[in-house]
Design a protein around this ligand. Structure first.
Ligand code: SF4
Length: 765
């Protein structure tokens, strides 16, 4: 892929006026500066983690070159080629800030000593009065493994609280739980190049072309070799447009389709009976459970034509190496774990899991979503995928950390539950790292009320965010390429992130901040780290013998092998790209099948709310958009959200393309532009989720969660749409709380100004 020849000059490229918040983007050409080195690292904007070189001149990151790595083959997507522009972005947080006189006072610059002294004195007082668990840590998965590992240890050893969880709870917890239950290990069983070996690819609930553009090249390669493509999605996404068969499922009803496909496999004699007998358990109950799922029943439940379903089932049943790729579309559900298990049942019945190019593969969205969930920052988990309730696991980790086992706290609240504990006063203070939960949690009016109860709310981030706006203390952290470390991509490949620049101003790496706080809490002896590598070496030992065993992985081995797949139990072990070739990770070596029945979503349409609202990504933005909306090129492509509505649904409502409309759900309403398109089911509307404040779709989404893993049902709730005949209202609770002092620098328009007027203008000069 050719490289963007524009470069970003931090001190000249933005004419940034804090009074008017007008921005002028000025283009500079690469000829202005010549890099003096290339730093080999990876893009941090999604779970693919493409290899890239950062171009560095005089210590400044000035551009990017693609890097040939086994899974991205020298390609980068539109986000990857401009990711470097956030490094020296003028909005970067450069020094600690604090509200000196309570919530109504502005955030003002303070020294690190003042900020950390305030935080730790408050935490000591809170814990003395209310117990250790009154302070919580809410972490993120867009950080290196070293930082994620340290977040779990920091909470449990530094603060001695049981309440630590992370934002991966909101994306991958359904598939993680399903894979762990079925296979004994939560990891994609295959490396990405295996996709090319499949002769029939089923894509369920993932908009691959926009969410994982670089994965598409492996799908194209398989297509070039003759592979068939089936897409299950309520929207005709770019990949659905190229499919042999698109099944436009009613949101939330994928199980009916998958069970009907399995029934067809059984009725046409395409099960692998020897594989089922030797390598699985639970088949009889599954076979019986899918029998009622005739094509006609699937048509009634899932809203897709029976003959189209049969055609898809036949393609899958006769394929030699069928592969199922799945993502958030089925995971963001109150039955997300069941959705994944239904797909696993289908693949196991055909005997495909553990074979090259076949089986199932989850597509992890967040940058280090895979590693972040393995290294011990989940509420119930210890490093190496050990469980916090298992005595021998507790004993081992307590030994590594040098504390008595009895001092290791038990399971804490899941991320989605923490909000309720904050609202009830059980959690009195929280440190949030690298997470923007005001945008990413559902029903965010409730989230705001919960965060406002905290004192102090401490946020570590590198940009202001809608969450940081509410903080009492904001501590400046680092972007991915200002530190050394490792991440684990969606294949389970552990890779190296290398430092290309120093942190700006007084910013510090997140792990240094945690060590400094632990020291002030009197726990510094447990956090003696001077480098990220020292943390990785402790993580290796902590993971040793666990499912996610990193012990044999060294930074040198990663460099020499272009990544190392865990498990890698010894220093002379090469790593494990393909899992389950001989046996599954349960003690008896068998995969678990489980009968799955379809269930309705938690909230169905009604007379007042006749549509199903679903939300998702666009190619130009990452997660809450707090990073990508600051990069001019990406912002300009998708500066504001929209709602997609089918022409047959729009017509009786008098809605035309580009009209302003109001979308309402039982939790709130928002106003936005309508896109009248035939690429969405007529009973469904779609809004992208990368926007904040009154543009956030999570004002509307349902906070109902999957009962086991507590993942919210982002992908479907009941909604109404109406045309706005008057100028759109401005404001909203979060916006009204902004003042001239605390308004975040990135907020793309002033309060009361229309979004159209606020669009950044490109300068000709
Ligand atoms: Fe970055 Fe993901 Fe795009 Fe690769 S596919 S360049 S990792 S955002």
């Amino acid at each position: 892929m050719s490289v963007n020849k524009d470069i970003f000059e931090p001190d000249r490229s933005f004419n940034y006026d804090l009074q008017t918040e007008n921005r002028t983007f000025i283009e500079w050409h690469e000829a202005d500066r010549v890099p003096d080195k290339l730093v080999d690292t990876h893009c941090a904007f999604c779970g693919v983690q493409c290899g890239m070189y950062l171009k560095v001149a005089d210590g400044h990151v000035i551009g990017v070159e693609p890097r040939d790595y086994p899974h991205n083959l020298g390609s980068l997507c539109p986000k990857g080629v401009v990711a470097y522009q956030q490094v020296e972005h003028p909005d970067r947080l450069r020094y600690p800030m604090m509200r000196r006189n309570g919530r109504s006072s502005p955030l003002e610059r303070v020294s690190w000593d003042e900020a950390l002294d305030h935080v730790t004195s408050r935490w000591r007082a809170i814990q003395a009065e209310h117990g250790n668990d009154a302070v919580a840590v809410y972490s993120g998965s867009s950080m290196t493994n070293e930082k994620c590992y340290l977040a779990g240890k920091f909470a449990r050893v530094g603060l001695r609280t049981r309440h630590v969880d992370y934002n991966g709870r909101l994306c991958m917890s359904s598939s993680a739980a399903a894979y762990a239950a079925a296979f004994g290990i939560d990891r994609a069983p295959l490396p990405m190049p295996d996709i090319e070996l499949s002769d029939c690819i089923v894509v369920d609930g993932t908009n691959v072309a926009e969410c994982f553009p670089i994965v598409m090249q492996w799908i194209w390669r398989a297509r070039d070799r003759g592979a068939r493509l089936i897409v299950i999605d309520p929207r005709e996404t770019p990949i659905a447009r190229t499919a042999d068969i698109w099944l436009a499922v009613r949101p939330g009803y994928d199980i009916a389709i998958v069970n009907a496909m399995l029934r067809h496999v059984i009725h046409t004699g395409r099960t692998d009976d020897a594989y089922i007998a030797e390598r699985t358990a639970g088949w009889d109950a599954v076979r019986e459970a899918v029998e009622p799922y005739t094509p006609e029943m699937a048509e009634r439940v899932a809203g897709i034509p029976a003959e189209r379903l049969l055609a898809a089932a036949e393609l899958y049943a006769r394929a030699k190496a069928p592969l199922i790729l799945h993502g958030k579309g089925i995971e963001h559900s109150t039955h997300g774990v069941d959705n994944c298990q239904a797909l696993i049942n289908l693949a196991l019945a055909r005997g495909m899991v553990g074979k090259p190019g076949a089986g199932t593969m989850m597509l992890t969205g967040q940058g280090n979503g895979q590693g972040g969930r393995e290294v011990g920052q989940k509420a119930a988990q210890l490093p190496g995928y050990r469980h916090i309730d298992v005595p021998e696991d507790r004993e081992y980790i307590a030994g590594v950390w040098g504390i008595p086992e009895a001092e290791l706290p038990g399971e804490g609240a899941a991320a989605t539950e923490m909000v309720h504990l904050m609202a009830s006063g059980e959690i009195k203070s929280c440190m949030i790292m690298c997470s923007n939960l005001m945008v990413s949690l559902p029903d965010n009016a409730v989230v705001q009320r919960a965060l406002e109860q905290l004192e102090p709310l401490v946020v570590i981030d590198f940009f202001m965010s809608q969450t940081a706006e509410l903080a009492d203390v904001v501590l400046p952290g680092t972007v991915w390429c200002e530190d050394e470390g490792t991440t684990t991509n969606l294949e389970g490949r552990v890779i190296r992130i290398k430092s290309a620049a120093a942190p700006p101003g007084e910013a510090r790496t997140d792990w240094e901040i945690m060590c400094a706080i632990a020291d002030r809490m009197g726990r510094g002896a447990f956090f003696p780290f001077r480098t990220a590598r020292e943390i990785f070496d402790e993580l290796r030992v902590a993971s040793k013998g666990g499912h996610a065993d990193y012990y044999g992985i060294t930074w040198e081995k990663i460099d020499a092998q272009q990544g190392v797949f865990w498990p890698c139990p010894t220093l002379d072990h090469p790593g494990t790209p393909r899992l389950f070739t001989e046996r599954f990770a349960h003690p008896d070596g068998r995969a678990r099948m489980r009968p799955i029945a379809h269930q309705p979503p938690a909230e169905e349409p009604s007379e007042d709310y006749p549509f199903r609202l679903t939300s998702g990504r666009v190619v130009y933005h990452y997660l809450s958009g707090n990073q990508t909306r600051r990069i001019g090129f990406l912002f300009e492509q998708a500066p504001e959200p929209w709602v997609e509505i089918h022409p047959r649904a729009a017509e009786p409502l008098g809605i035309h393309d580009q009209d302003r409309v109001r979308v309402r759900t039982p939790r709130g309403s928002m106003e936005l532009k309508a896109l009248v398109v035939p690429t969405v089911r007529p009973d469904t509307i779609f809004i992208p989720f990368h926007y904040s404040h009154e543009q956030s779709v999570n004002q509307l989404t349902n906070p109902a969660v999957e009962p086991g893993v507590k993942i919210p049902e982002y992908k479907v709730c009941a909604a109404a749409v109406e045309r706005l005949d008057v100028a759109p209202a401005t404001g909203g609770a979060a916006v009204e709380n902004l003042t001239a002092e605390n308004r975040p620098a990135m907020f793309p328009y002033t309060v009361g100004e229309t979004k159209a007027a606020a669009k950044p203008q490109r300068s000709a000069s």
